[in-house]
Design a binder for this molecule. Structure first.
Ligand code: TTP
Ligand code: MG
Length: 372
């Protein structure tokens, strides 16, 4: 804790003398190893073990998105130009990114994670926090349970992941990066500050290159150095960020997981270049939208009960009408309802500037978001 004398000088952080200490949490941070490159290895096992770069073409000033660990041994890193990467590792195979494929693998990983805990915050395509508080069976330690999760991802998807386990998001994320690849790092309660102390300040959230330079001028290179600074001095130098930085350097972070609401409706709409009164054109548009909605439903593993049609006339008056049916994710069913709604509700004397189609009332839905 801060000495009382210094805390008084900090206008931006309210004093917390009597606030109860937050309950102990168990947070996992899972980050896949060399994700794009690892997916390419799964898709083509002949690549395994060879230096591999996923990135833009060198002659088109492309950059490295991911390099497997064999390529990293040659100091190939993400974000360097592919040309430079090839100079460092001439033997590396270079593959153009296939984002659709990576997204599919990512979704499969997230399904496993969501089965492990529904309290999930996805941070990027290959990483997520899981709140595991009260979700680890008594027979397991957090470390053993994380190892099981790691093994499951390996067995089911052939992907290797690193997991950090700690009492908060900040430390869990730094821990997952601590022993990559295939890492498993547990920071028990009370050990946060000691774990962080030897790491460079750049590992801390909110410490960018400029802040790091300013800190280095004060002789602050490690997180431990930062933790030893006086909070008030950091506030003088960095304002409110100084106080936040000081807290993080002690390993303190009470931020909750930002769990996304699962979308419970999906919709599409088209504004026509010119107003349309041709039933054929409207029908074709609805058919193509039905096919796309069905595909999106199938991808999410949902079926929907309700189809919603939106019509906007040239004077901008807008009509929204629903019809329900047994749950479906077939384009034909959606289209049939869409046609029925169009024929029932469209005043053919009035051309349309926009048509929209949506599906909602998902069969395993929890929460309904407004359509359109
Ligand atoms: P990261 O998790 O940062 O990197 P990584 O998974 O390749 O390697 P690590 O083992 O260190 O976790 O990013 C995940 C994916 O995001 C990465 O595989 C490719 C993509 N990505 C880019 O496209 N550009 C970038 O600059 C970075 C850093 C990542
Ligand atoms: Mg990764």
């Amino acid at each position: 804790m801060t000495p009382t004398g210094t805390r008084k000088q900090i206008p931006s952080t309210p004093p917390l003398p009597h606030s109860p200490s937050p309950p102990l949490r168990i947070i996992f941070h899972i980050d896949l190893d060399a994700f794009f490159a690892s997916v390419e290895e799964v898709e083509n096992p002949a690549l395994k073990g060879k230096p591999l770069i996923v990135g833009g073409a060198p002659d088109k000033r492309g950059v490295v998105a991911a390099a497997n660990y064999a390529a990293r041994a040659f100091k190939v890193r993400a974000a360097m130009t592919t040309a430079q990467a090839q100079r460092r590792c001439p033997k590396a195979v270079v593959i153009s990114p296939r984002h659709d494929v990576y997204r599919q693998y990512s979704e499969r990983v997230m399904v496993i994670l969501r089965q492990t805990s529904p309290v999930l915050e996805q941070l990027s395509i290959d990483e997520a926090f899981l709140d595991m508080t009260a979700r680890i069976p008594d027979a397991f330690t957090p470390l053993e349970y994380a190892r099981q999760l790691q093994t499951r991802i390996k067995t089911e998807l052939q992907l290797s992941a690193s997991i950090g386990i700690a009492g908060n998001k900040l430390v869990a994320k730094i821990a997952s990066d601590f022993d990559k690849p295939d890492g498993l790092t547990y920071v028990p309660p009370g050990a946060e500050a000691a774990f962080l102390s030897l790491l460079p300040i750049r590992k801390l959230w909110g410490v960018g290159p400029k802040t790091a330079e300013k800190l280095a001028n004060l002789g602050v290179k490690t997180i431990g150095n930062l933790a030893q600074q006086s909070e008030s001095e950091l506030v003088q130098l960095f304002g409110i960020n100084g106080a936040a930085m000081w807290r993080r350097a002690q390993g303190i972070d009470n931020s909750p997981l930002k769990t996304a609401r699962i979308a419970k409706s999906i919709s599409q709409e088209t504004t026509f270049a010119q107003d349309v009164d041709d039933l054929q054109i409207l029908g074709d548009t609805l058919r193509s939208m039905s096919m796309q909605l069905a595909q999106r439903l199938q991808k999410k593993g949902f079926t929907a009960r309700t189809v919603t049609l939106k019509l906007r006339y040239s004077d901008f008056t807008t009509l929204i009408r629903n019809a329900s049916q047994p749950p479906t994710n077939h384009a034909e069913d959606i289209y049939r309802q869409a046609r029925y709604l169009l024929q029932t509700h469209w005043n053919r004397a009035r051309p349309l500037r926009l048509i929209g189609l949506g599906v909602s009332n998902f069969i395993d839905g929890v929460e309904q978001l407004p359509l359109f």
